[in-house]
Design a protein around this ligand. Structure first.
Ligand code: ME8
Length: 532
């Protein structure tokens, strides 16, 4: 573990142009899982999410809905918060780019960069994609004038505008990339360097004059700040950068803080090129990691997206299967960093195999046996004697090591795998020890005691490791086991002898088994219904 005290993690701020879908929930789940893990590990965490509320697309959608943009985004931001609350998202800050606090920071940054000569006035002509709020070069849009991100038609725009002098910062940026090989994991930087930097990075046009729904600049109020610059600055405005109270900024954007920023692959360019350039121009430290994650796709390989209208909300899934099932499925099935598909069969199989058959069943049968053989009292054990038990805990300790290694690299998919492997190991151990046979032979009482103890301990350890994933059921399992205080904390994950004589609590099923036929029909309608 690093010796830093603070941990700052951010999600992209999602466009307040329509409601959230499972793609947004995917990124939010990964980041929340990491935030929860880091809190378990003793970091002071600041987890930021929010809403991107300016830009042409939002102004247009508000007009379509016969309302003004501010009322439009107010309602959507409230919806975002409702969804995140249902998903158990433990954000510490929710930033809205229409908040006066944020807008003031954007203006101050503009003034600062203008004064220091990093912003200049010029004229811009380019191909603009309205849904993506992005300008593209002729090469990028090709002969058919198609947006390289979303595949829709772009149009030409020409205007007097301010530019950010990006060229000046390219050498420093390349030096930074070189000296920080882990800045963008999984090789996701090479494509950016080859596509955008090697051919010669252009200065970025950072104001628009034809649009009023944005942050006007003080020096030329007819111009509003380009929505992407406005949006990127949320990561520091939310902490109070350049404001009267900058205590959070001093803590979480400092050298004592680990800074990790998640962004989907379609916005890689903004986060790995322009965002670092802005920070370099402002003389601020750069994040430790920009983690570029993959996309949830439809079964025909198209990105689930708000503007294509092909993506379901996470709410019906939470209602039917629990927040834990949805979160667990997303992180374990869609490998972080890679694209994936939300498929009904995989969903049902994953929940049934890992949560019902492995973890849930381990809890059920172990506690039932403790009740049956020892009146619900965990036997007293001070050391393990049976080679199978010794091996079980060697394997469990190794799984914990691997879990930590994965989680510390933000690989929550592997982290979930190692956490659930503890339950798998314990299930194999039950079969090897066959406590039902031991119980029939009075001379095997000590072995039976050790087996029951070991199973309870494995449940305890697995539950602690699963806390970041199963945000209600891991605690539920721990309370069925009736462990409290320190024994539920991460610091006790490897001290295995604290359970003796605990009287287990009320027991119940953690996860109901999913009936393949019923759920297949429900999920197919929900997931594919949108994409027909
Ligand atoms: O781009 N699969 O907002 P946005 C996985 N406002 N993740 C997905 C996804 C999918 N199908 N669809 C969306 C914006 N996401 C800007 C960001 S940040 C300074 C400004 C997630 O509403 C993913 O994290 O289009 C993606 O990068 C983000 O939502 C884009 O959300």
């Amino acid at each position: 573990m690093s010796d830093k005290k603070y941990f700052y993690i951010t999600t992209p701020i999602y466009y307040a142009s329509a409601n959230l879908h499972i793609g947004h929930a995917y990124c939010e789940t990964i980041t929340d899982t990491i935030a929860r893990y880091k809190r378990l590990r003793g970091y002071e965490v600041f987890f930021l999410t929010g809403a991107d509320e300016h830009g042409e697309k939002i102004a247009k959608n508000a007009a379509k809905a016969n309302t003004d943009p501010q009322s439009f985004v107010d309602e959507i931001a409230e919806n975002f918060k409702r969804v995140w609350s249902a998903m158990g998202i433990t954000y510490n800050g929710f930033i809205r780019t229409t908040s006066p606090k944020h807008m003031e920071v954007v203006q101050k940054v503009f003034t600062k960069l203008l004064e220091q000569g990093d912003i200049y006035l010029g004229e811009y002509e380019g191909w603009y994609c309205t849904p993506c709020e992005a300008f593209w070069t002729s090469t990028q849009v090709g002969e058919n004038h198609i947006c390289p991100d979303c595949g829709r038609e772009v149009h030409k725009e020409k205007q007097k505008a301010y530019f950010l002098n990006c060229k000046k910062y390219v050498p420093a940026l390349l030096d930074f990339y070189k000296s920080h090989p882990d800045f963008v994991p999984n090789g996701k930087l090479n494509e950016m360097i080859n596509t955008f930097i090697k051919p010669g990075l252009e200065d970025l046009c950072i104001t628009r004059s034809e649009l009023s729904w944005g942050v006007p600049i003080k020096e030329d109020p007819k111009q509003v700040v380009y929505v992407w610059i406005d949006a990127l600055l949320n990561y520091i405005s939310a902490l109070g950068y350049l404001s009267d109270d900058d205590s959070l900024f001093k803590k979480f954007w400092s050298d004592e803080s680990v800074i990790v920023q998640f962004a989907g692959r379609e916005i890689n360019r903004f986060h790995t090129i322009y965002w670092p350039i802005l920070l370099l121009a402002l003389g601020l430290r750069l994040p430790d990691t920009i983690y570029v994650h993959g996309m949830l796709l439809t079964r025909s390989g198209v990105k689930l997206s708000k503007s294509l209208g092909n993506a379901p909300s996470p709410l019906p899934l939470i209602e039917r299967y629990s927040v834990d099932a949805l979160r667990y499925y997303m992180v374990s099935e869609v490998k972080v960093g890679e694209d994936g598909t939300f498929t009904p069969t995989q969903f049902i199989n994953r929940i049934n195999s890992d949560l019902v058959n492995s973890y849930g069943n381990l809890l059920n049968r172990s506690l039932a046996m403790v009740k049956k053989y020892f009146n619900g009292i965990v036997p007293e054990i001070k050391e393990f004697k049976d080679p199978n038990t010794i091996k079980l805990f060697e394997d469990i300790d190794l799984a914990i090591e691997n879990y930590q290694l994965s989680m510390d690299k933000y690989n929550v998919t592997e982290g979930a795998y190692h956490a659930i492997s503890i339950a798998n190991l314990a299930n194999k151990y039950v079969d090897t020890m066959a406590p039902w046979a031991l119980s029939k032979d009075p001379s095997k009482l000590e072995a039976l005691k050790e087996t029951m103890y070991a199973l309870c301990e494995a449940i305890r350890v697995a539950s602690i490791a699963l806390k970041p994933f199963l945000v209600t059921k891991a605690d539920d399992a721990l309370s069925q086991l009736n462990v409290k205080g320190e024994l539920t904390e991460y610091s006790s994950i490897k001290s295995h002898f604290g359970l003796s004589n605990i009287e287990i609590g009320e027991t119940h099923t953690l996860f109901p088994r999913l009936n393949v036929n019923d759920e297949q029909a429900f999920l197919t309608e929900l997931i594919d219904g949108k994409t027909k």
